[in-house]
Design a protein around this ligand. Structure first.
Ligand SMILES: [Zn+2]
Length: 644
């Protein structure tokens, strides 16, 4: 089976009212800010020691390893973000900075290709003795992804060669005929190996990724065997009493019917499974992906496109268990879900996968980062009561304000590389067709029948449902434009060169237009009025409650626009949802208001915790802002689901 191709990042430029502030943040703020953090230059932020670890491993300075075992991956994710940024915004100085750090990485690499500062400093005799916790293969995967992105952006081979040398060592160490039957304790190297195969054409990388996936769940379980090894040393306390489902090694992947364990590990693995299904034409592997996708998106996903309901071990729990105020919903997990969904859409050509990709990108991925680009959410709750998020409570992991940096800093650089690669999410392109997946103002060059066609999209989405797409090419050529009709759009119109199309052809959720690609103008007019959404009644947490959405955006109430004790509010769902654009609020945003009531608190005597008295209500106007923007003003309560 074939995967529809993405448009290379250097062939697309985003100029969008909604996304621009974030895309600009990546280049102007996040990349330099994170560079300073990786180099421990910011006194207000906990030291990362990431570059220092490389200097020690390279023998440039003396010292001890500091940070989490997977600290190296922060640098790789930073390089990947820079690479995507360079693809659209060349910057010689930034490129020089990367070249210098690539020299350092090369110096830290061992003669046989091994590259990991934690084990190089700790003692190389311990390498590959604790795959369960050691994260060497995880870091290797991020290195490979960074190397591929940097090579594609600049054409430079050095980092790619470094990654290949390490990949060759990994393929040798874990090949079919070697004794080690190991596989990563945190999936990611599979994605890296597949990308390395895609740029080099070397099939042993692809084959190694397949082996890693096929081995999971084999008996005896590798992770239970490796702890008997003479050099095995436990790294993380929480891994005592190790649960095999934590890293999805409880069953062979084709027998896994539900999404289990650590959410980020799970979706990274499913993404690799989808790639492998396409590469090997493996129908049973694709079916396994579909089963897992459906389990997540039908039963285990929040309205914000976030996953991982439990703060304990950041994991999936059971069907419909979606608590709003003590969930984990890691930013990285939504990034992984978007990566998985995009691959499923590339393989099947079905738009339903993109409904989830869009939901995750617009809500949880964006809420992961502050509007100034300098602080981040790791955990993305749907309801917060700041005074209640305290150590040694069930909400210990929930932070009511974004944090500057974390000891375990996976999310911030992951958001940066995702925002920098946003262009890859907008279109698919294949022979004579273009798929439009997201509605983001941009200019792109695509290839139709071997001819270059420029596609320009202009829109104020998701605040406005009007989208204008124009095509331009020297010689006209016939082809297809496939426009995704999101699942939340019930009414819409399509125009070609000003004429409304009356007989719309829809296949797999895309509206198909046969076009002559020469100076044509296509207009889409979606009814994107705000709407009230309810949860499946099996989601016990949300029974009797509603959420407000507009297009893909989930809305929330914040204390700063309303009053404290947000759970005391009730919404009158028969009242009109009024919306208006406030240019001064949060850098300009669409606000939604409606009518409702609030439980009267002033009638209660402070000495009474319980009473038989009747509840009275007062009329209130409820004010909502987009969920991704919450927590950018005063610290306070926030809630997504409101009592109806
Ligand atoms: Zn993370």
């Amino acid at each position: 089976m074939k995967k529809l191709t993405l448009i290379p990042p250097n062939n697309i430029i985003i100029m969008d009212a909604f996304w621009d502030r974030y895309v600009r943040l990546v280049k102007n703020i996040i990349i330099p800010y994170q560079w300073d953090i990786l180099n421990d230059k910011l006194e207000s932020v906990k030291p990362s020691h990431c570059i220092e670890n490389f200097k020690i491993a390279a023998g440039r300075v003396d010292g001890e390893f500091y940070g989490a075992a997977f600290q190296d991956s922060d640098l790789s994710k930073w390089i990947e973000a820079v690479a995507f940024s360079l693809a659209t915004h060349p910057d010689k100085e930034l490129e020089k900075l990367v070249d210098e750090v690539v020299d350092l990485i090369e110096e830290a690499q061992q003669d046989d290709g091994y590259l990991n500062t934690y084990y190089t400093i700790k003692g190389l005799e311990y390498r590959f003795t604790n795959l369960r916790e050691g994260h060497e293969l995880y870091c290797a995967g991020h290195l490979m992804e960074a190397a591929v992105a940097y090579y594609k952006a600049t054409g430079k081979h050095k980092l790619l060669n470094i990654a290949e040398r390490f990949a060759d060592l990994i393929c040798d160490e874990f090949s079919e005929d070697k004794n080690s039957k190991g596989y990563p304790g945190h999936q990611e190297v599979e994605i890296g190996l597949i990308k390395l195969y895609e740029v080099t054409g070397k099939t042993h990388y692809l084959e190694q990724a397949r082996l890693f996936i096929e081995r999971r769940g084999e008996k005896p379980n590798y992770f239970m065997e490796e702890i008997k090894g003479p050099r095995f040393e436990q790294i993380f306390n929480e891994f005592t009493d190790y649960d095999l489902s934590y890293a999805q090694s409880h069953l062979p992947v084709r027998e896994q019917m539900t999404a289990e364990g650590h959410a980020v590990r799970a979706v990274y693995m499913y993404s690799a499974m989808a790639d492998l299904a396409a590469a090997y034409d493996d129908v049973s592997l694709l079916d396994a992906c579909k089963v897992l996708w459906n389990n997540i998106t039908h039963k285990r996903m929040y309205i914000t496109g976030s996953i991982g309901s439990s703060g304990i071990l950041e994991r999936f729990t059971t069907d419909y268990d979606l608590p709003n105020n003590c969930n984990y919903s890691e930013t990285c997990a939504s990034i992984g879900l978007a990566l998985f969904g995009r691959r499923m859409a590339q393989i099947t050509g079905e738009s339903a996968y993109y409904d989830v990709v869009e939901r995750a990108l617009y809500n949880t991925v964006l809420s992961g980062i502050a509007m100034d680009g300098k602080s981040f959410f790791y955990v993305n709750p749907l309801e917060v009561w700041p005074d209640n998020c305290l150590p040694r409570t069930s909400k210990e992991h929930v932070k009511p304000v974004r944090q500057k940096w974390f000891g375990v800093a996976c999310c911030p650089p992951n958001v940066a590389r995702t925002l920098a690669s946003l262009g890859e999410y907008i279109y698919f392109n294949e022979s004579n067709s273009i798929w439009v997946n997201l509605f983001i103002s941009s200019e792109a060059n695509v290839i139709i029948n071997n001819q270059e066609v420029s596609i320009s999209m202009q829109t104020n989405y998701p605040y406005d449902g009007y989208i204008r797409i124009s095509s331009n090419c020297e010689k006209s050529t016939m082809g297809k434009l496939l426009l995704r009709i999101p699942d939340y759009i019930n009414k819409y119109k399509v125009f070609v060169d000003g004429e409304q199309i009356n007989e719309i052809i829809i296949k797999n959720g895309y509206c198909i237009l046969e076009l002559e690609f020469s100076n044509q103008i296509i207009e889409l007019d979606f009814d994107i009025s705000p709407r009230i959404v309810r949860a499946n009644p099996f989601v016990k947490e949300d029974i009797g409650k509603v959420a407000i959405m507009k297009g893909p955006l989930v809305y929330c109430m914040e204390e700063v626009d309303n009053e404290s004790n947000l759970p005391a509010y009730y919404i009158d769902s028969s009242s009109d949802l009024e919306e208006y654009y406030d240019k001064d609020l949060l850098g300009g945003t669409m606000v939604i208001q409606c009518q409702g009531k609030k439980v009267r608190q002033d009638e209660w005597d402070e000495s009474k915790l319980y009473s038989e008295r009747k509840i009275n209500y007062e009329d209130k106007t409820l004010t909502f802002i987009p969920y991704p923007f919450w927590g950018n003003r005063k610290t306070g309560e926030m809630v997504v689901w409101i009592k109806e």
